[in-house]
Design a protein around this ligand. Structure first.
Ligand SMILES: [Zn+2]
Length: 81
């Protein structure tokens, strides 16, 4: 699926709404996290896997952290810093 050409304006507060059909096709739900990646040609939105370690990408031994997850090995590694 490749779409191009849709234009959305930022609202007064700088927010943008993703079209409903795009959200539905990509399985993006309310409150899901999206990562902004700044590129030379613009901004790319990357869908964050809902149940994946935010640091290493593992989907084992996950602990919730804010609006995402961090795995226990990464937590242990961070505690050692
Ligand atoms: Zn991890």
């Amino acid at each position: 699926m490749h779409r191009a050409g849709w234009v959305r304006k930022l609202d007064y507060f700088g927010r943008i709404v993703l079209p409903m059909d795009v959200r539905r096709d990509l399985g993006i739900e309310k409150q899901d996290g999206l990562e902004f990646s700044l590129q030379e040609q613009g901004i790319i939105l990357i869908q964050i896997d809902k149940e994946q370690c935010r640091l290493c990408g593992s989907n084992h031994s996950l602990m919730p952290y804010r609006d995402s997850f961090i795995c226990i090995p990464c937590i242990r590694e961070l505690k050692g810093i």
